[in-house]
Ligand binder design. Structure first.
Ligand code: ZN
Length: 424
């Protein structure tokens, strides 16, 4: 069945007709970008702020079970939020009661602490939390809470899940590409951070358990652990340390980079036009449905510019030599931690011959006339597992949906982005 795609977010800035927009064109906001929240990252270390935000009546909590959020309908259209009283049995009275120094002192690796993320505030809500720090901030706070049943909060999580899953309100399934755009952006932030925290329970330097700090945006390697004290033998031997809760030394505690930060992997994705500017290079992978093509893509490598990554990937996968590269737009991709950097590149005149022999990653790559691609954009786009639209005829080109940055790149190119006439 073909599915209707959600509307894309609006350009993520006011003043759409600025000088920059006139010179470079309108900014494209891709699906998973365009969050309505102000993240207030500088307040993540202010536990008094987090503590007040937690208990404000305007506050929303996104519950995630195995990284899937609670959604309001079977078609995953809208997120369903709960309030403080609902999550209290899982998170406790106030998980932000202590400052970071006290959190280090009280750290106990055997205590189950449900992972929470402070996502930001929605400043459109005028009767939200009114917080006076160095500046004044007003808005409705948003948090994400991992309620996957585990450890000492297993029962409380199961109870909460049983309470909130009612009728159409259920935890999402599969990749959530049907959420409305603003919810998709909020979920992307939550998913990427919950996933990163879950994948990094141990210090990469010394292998000891780490602790989530800074509203879920950092992990620290504490110097003490109360669980060690509890496990220490009662007999006083000469070898017993002065402070039994002290952990073995770790280099991350002595340098400036004493924390672990969330990971985002840069990925290049590019629409390549031929030198004449009337054909676009598209490729396909073996596992895709028949007739399905998309733009080429790959990870940027260490010590490489985005432009170089584009040229290298296109050469490796299709044997094409690309000259000038311009960045078009970008897309956060929370499965699990990518930033898709969308670019448009132009092949050099003597470098347009396709050669799949370098890296056997692609099943096929071809130059397509713009007219054929425009037609496919009209009738042949869909999610990867979904059917094309009703006007699609078997054998015609199929392309990714508008929620994919590939679609936005292809659309721009066949509508004049890289032609001489276009304002660039
Ligand atoms: Zn460590």
């Amino acid at each position: 069945m073909s599915k209707k795609q959600p509307d894309l977010p609006l350009p993520a800035h006011p003043d759409v007709d600025s000088m920059l927009s006139r010179k470079f064109g309108r900014e494209v906001a891709n699906y998973f970008a365009g969050s309505p929240l102000n993240r207030l990252g500088f307040l993540r270390s202010d536990h008094v702020f987090l503590s007040r935000a937690l208990r404000h009546p305007s506050t929303s909590f996104m519950l995630c079970k195995d990284l899937q959020p609670l959604v309001q309908s079977a078609e995953n259209k809208k997120l369903a939020y709960v309030g403080y009283e609902d999550v209290k049995p899982v998170i406790g009275e106030d998980p932000y009661a202590l400052g970071e120094k006290e959190m280090h002192e009280q750290y106990n690796s055997e205590k189950t602490v449900p992972q929470m993320i402070f996502l930001g505030i929605d400043e459109r809500v005028k009767d939200g939390l009114d917080y006076q720090g160095k500046n004044r901030y007003i808005g409705a706070p948003y948090f994400a809470v991992d309620v996957t049943p585990r450890g000492s909060v297993k029962e409380a999580c199961e109870k909460l899940i049983g309470k909130v899953e009612q009728g159409d309100v259920q935890f999402g399934k599969g990749r959530l590409m049907e959420l409305e755009a603003s919810d998709a952006a909020i979920y992307a932030e939550a998913r990427q951070l919950l996933d990163w925290n879950a994948r990094n329970p141990f210090c990469a330097q010394c292998g000891q358990p780490t602790m989530s700090v800074n509203g879920g945006f950092k992990r620290a390697c504490p110097s003490t652990d109360l669980a060690r004290k509890a496990a220490a033998p009662m007999s006083t031997t000469a070898a017993a340390p002065a402070n039994p809760s002290e952990r073995p030394p770790c280099a991350t505690r002595t340098g400036v980079s004493n924390l672990s930060f969330p990971r985002t992997d840069p990925t290049v994705i590019m629409a390549v036009v031929n030198h004449a500017g009337d054909k676009i290079l598209l490729g396909r992978q073996r596992r895709w449905p028949p007739y399905w093509y998309s733009t080429l893509a790959g990870f940027a490598e260490p010590a490489e510019s985005i432009e170089e990554a584009v040229r290298r990937e296109v050469y490796e996968e299709a044997g094409i030599f690309v000259g000038r590269v311009v960045i078009h737009s970008t897309q956060p991709w929370p499965y699990p931690a990518n930033l898709m950097i969308g670019a448009v590149g132009q092949a050099v005149p003597e470098g347009e011959t396709i050669d799949l022999g370098n890296d056997p990653e692609l099943d096929d790559a071809k130059w397509f006339d713009f007219a054929e691609v425009r037609d496919a954009l009209r009738v042949g786009t869909s999610g990867l597992g979904d059917a094309a639209g009703p006007e699609y005829k078997e054998g015609g080109l199929r392309l990714p949906p508008s929620t994919a940055i590939a679609n936005q790149l292809i659309t721009s190119v066949v509508n004049g982005f890289a032609s001489v006439e276009a304002k660039m």
